[in-house]
Structure formats: structure tokens, C-alpha cells
Design a protein around this ligand. Structure first.
Ligand SMILES: NC(=O)C1=CN([C@@H]2O[C@H](COP(=O)(O)OP(=O)(O)OC[C@H]3O[C@@H](n4cnc5c(N)ncnc54)[C@H](OP(=O)(O)O)[C@@H]3O)[C@@H](O)[C@H]2O)C=CC1
Ligand SMILES: CCCCCCCCCCCCCCCC(=O)[C@@H](N)CO
Length: 337
């Protein structure tokens, strides 16, 4: 009887792994593909551009500062894998004027062909206590981080749907998964990206277009260095519970997940836990991902949340601790007998 049950479980798991590729999207091929990276002249965006270039893609970098763009172009070109590869630079503010963004993307597509993958990485942050942050910072962050991702995506989506292929990446943040002290202006802009991504993914999935939301932890970049100068002590202390990552590593993970068409992209073990905890009703791109969420949501949720919200311990935590205690006691008792 036990053997039969075990055999059944093994067969079931094997079956899940076999059908898994049927519901997962086909991987995007980067060699020869046209990848557009906003915020591609610095930090995570630059590393994403390098990672794609190394894999044979043609790159369009979008940012405001022309000198930084040209410098980055030179840096990226060192990694070429064939002599046809091109790095195109476009100087534009992604948050100001939709028509301008649409125009420059049209130009880029005339030169390098339709966009296969758009990475919305241009973004910035301001930290401080709610009452200390200038009101116009709330507006500026929403414009750059949110609208600055809407505009380029809106400009390429029609062609992607027509071609029945494409990838759109939104670079959110761990601070887009949970609100933290000091991030009242920044977190909401990163939460907003997830709402956009979920709604958009539902619209474009029938057209074989896949959306990825990346939730990086603190990452060693020029933007992070700038942010750290004025970060409140509380924010620093809380953030230190999660380690600072290298931009290269974050970029590798994002590119891999985008190619595979995974909806969620997280880095590291606490990134993984946070993504499971906050998965909610977001799209599930593989059966194994769904199973992991089912298995771990309660476990992490009951035991991690109170550690995070320092002021209270939930009834659920007490219950689950009592349960764990009861199991151990029972186990010891049975073992003893
Ligand atoms: N570093 C970190 O700890 C984390 C960062 N993130 C997110 O990742 C993204 C990249 O961060 P990071 O690499 O640190 O940032 P950086 O500040 O190092 O780089 C930001 C890039 O975005 C460009 N940019 C900024 N504003 C605009 C704009 N209005 N229009 C066009 N381009 C713009 C910048 O170029 P220019 O100024 O010339 O326009 C630059 O290329 C951001 O969205 C950030 O919120 C998420 C989690 C952690
Ligand atoms: C239950 C599992 C526990 C996991 C612990 C999670 C700890 C959260 C720390 C969050 C750090 C904030 C990242 C913001 C990065 C960012 O976007 C800015 N640096 C941008 O410049």
C-alpha cells in the first residue's frame, strides 16, 4: 500500500515535469535580436546591455546624458561576438513626452529592426521620512519610474503583438514587494510597475509576448551610491538584512528570466522568499513555480512576517509555533516508546 502511494507520487511529479514545458513559453533567441535598454548607460541597465551583447544581440541604449551613453557604448563594444553587432545610443528623457519616446523608438527600429526585447530600467530613487520628502519628488519619481516604463512599452507593444513575439521587462525592486521605512516616494512607483505588468501580461499572452518583473535587492551601482548619501539610518539598518549584490549578477538573472519568459525575477535566497511571499495572484509561468508557492507561502508568511513587522507577533505565528512544538513533542514521545 505504502509502495503504491510512493509510486503514485513519483509518477505524478514526473508527469508535472513532463507537461511543464508545454505551458512554459519558448525561449527567446538573443543572437541577432534587437534589445532596447532604457537606463542602459549606468548600473544594472548597463550590465543588462552587456549581458545581451555578449549573447549576440544588437543593442539600443536609452538615457539622457549623451557623454555617459557614448562612454558606455565603447565599453560594451569590447564584448562583441561578431563584426555585425551594433550598439545604438539615443538621448531622450523617457518620462517627459510620449510622442518623443515613440519617435526615437521608431528611429531605432528603422536602423536595427523591430524590438525583440525592451528592458525598462531607467529609474531613480529618493529616500527620507514622508514629511521630509519634497512634494515634487513624489511626482518626479512616479514620472520617471512608472510613466518612464509605460511610454517605451506602449510604443513597442503593437509591433510585438503583430509579430507574435517579444519580451518586456520592468525593473521594479524589493522595495516594490514590500513598503519600507524611508521609501514612501519610491516604493509606490515600483508597486505600480507590478500592477501594469500583471494587467499587460494578461492582454499579450495570446500573442506570445511575455512580461517579466524584476525585483532586485540593493545593488552596487552609481544610483545606489547616490541614494546612500541621504538614506535615513532606519532605512540603512533594515536594508542591511538583505545583502548588496553586484550589478553583473543581477543583470544575468534578469536576462535569463526574460529570455525564458518568467513573470517573476528575483535574486538570492531572500529575494526568492520575498517573491514567494508576495506572489499573490501574479501569473505563474511554470508548474514548479506554482507548486513552490503553494508549499512555501504559509510557511514563510507565518514565520517571517512578524520578524519584519517589529511591533507584533501574529496569532498565526503562535499557532504554527505551537503546532511545530506539538509535532516535536509527539515525535520524541513516539520515538521514546
Ligand atoms: N541599485 C539598486 O540598489 C537597485 C536599483 N533598482 C532599480 O534598477 C534601475 C537601475 O538602477 P541603478 O542601476 O542603480 O541606476 P543608476 O542611477 O546607476 O542608472 C540609472 C540609469 O537610468 C537613466 N535615467 C534616469 N532617469 C532617466 C530618464 N528620465 N530618462 C531616461 N533615462 C534615465 C540614467 O541615465 P541618465 O541620468 O543619463 O538619464 C542611467 O542610465 C532603477 O529603476 C532602480 O530603481 C532596483 C532595485 C535595487
Ligand atoms: C521574508 C524574507 C525576508 C527577506 C528580507 C528582505 C529585506 C528587504 C530589504 C529591502 C531592501 C530594499 C531594496 C531596495 C533597493 C532599491 O530599490 C534601491 N536601492 C534603489 O536605489
Amino acid at each position: 500500500m505504502l509502495l503504491l502511494a510512493a509510486a503514485f507520487i513519483v509518477a505524478f511529479v514526473l508527469l508535472l515535469y513532463m507537461v511543464s514545458p508545454l505551458i512554459s513559453p519558448k525561449s527567446l533567441k538573443l543572437p541577432g535580436a534587437h534589445v532596447v535598454v532604457t537606463g542602459g548607460s549606468s548600473g544594472i541597465g548597463k550590465c543588462i546591455a552587456i549581458e545581451c551583447y555578449k549573447q549576440g544581440a544588437f543593442i539600443t541604449l536609452i538615457a539622457r546624458d549623451e557623454n555617459k551613453l557614448l562612454q558606455t557604448k565603447k565599453e560594451i563594444e569590447k564584448y562583441s561576438v561578431n563584426d555585425k553587432q551594433v550598439v545604438l545610443c539615443i538621448s531622450v528623457d523617457v518620462s517627459k513626452d510620449y510622442e518623443q519616446v515613440e519617435n526615437v523608438l521608431k528611429q531605432a527600429q528603422e536602423k536595427l529592426g523591430p524590438v525583440d526585447m525592451l528592458v525598462n530600467c531607467a529609474g531613480t530613487s529618493v529616500t527620507g521620512k514622508f514629511e521630509d520628502i519634497e512634494v515634487n519628488s513624489f511626482e518626479r519619481l512616479m514620472a520617471v519610474n512608472y510613466l518612464g516604463s509605460v511610454y517605451p512599452s506602449r510604443a513597442v507593444i503593437a509591433t510585438m503583438k503583430e509579430r507574435r513575439m517579444g519580451r518586456i521587462v520592468f525593473v521594479s525592486s524589493q522595495a516594490g514587494q514590500l513598503g519600507l521605512f524611508g521609501y514612501t516616494a519610491y516604493s509606490p512607483t515600483k508597486f505600480a510597475l507590478r500592477g501594469l505588468a500583471e494587467a499587460l501580461q494578461m492582454e499579450v499572452k495570446p500573442y506570445n509576448v511575455y512580461v517579466t518583473v524584476a525585483y532586485p535587492p540593493d545593488t552596487d551601482t552609481p544610483g545606489f551610491a547616490e541614494e546612500s548619501k541621504t538614506k535615513p539610518l532606519e532605512t540603512k539598518l533594515i536594508s542591511e538584512t538583505s545583502s548588496v549584490c553586484q550589478a553583473e549578477q543581477v543583470a544575468r538573472v534578469i536576462v535569463k528570466d526574460a529570455i525564458q519568459g518568467n513573470f517573476n525575477s528575483s535574486v538570492g535566497s531572500d529575494g526568492y522568499m520575498l517573491s514567494i511571499l508576495t506572489s499573490g495572484m501574479s501569473p505563474v509561468t511554470s508548474i514548479t513555480e506554482g507548486l513552490q508557492q503553494d508549499a512555501f507561502v504559509e510557511l514563510y508568511g507565518n514565520n517571517m512576517r512578524p520578524l519584519f513587522d517589529f511591533s507584533w507577533i501574529s496569532l498565526k505565528t503562535i499557532l504554527s509555533l505551537v503546532l511545530v512544538g506539538a509535532c516535536i513533542t509527539l515525535g520524541a514521545y513516539l520515538g521514546h516508546k
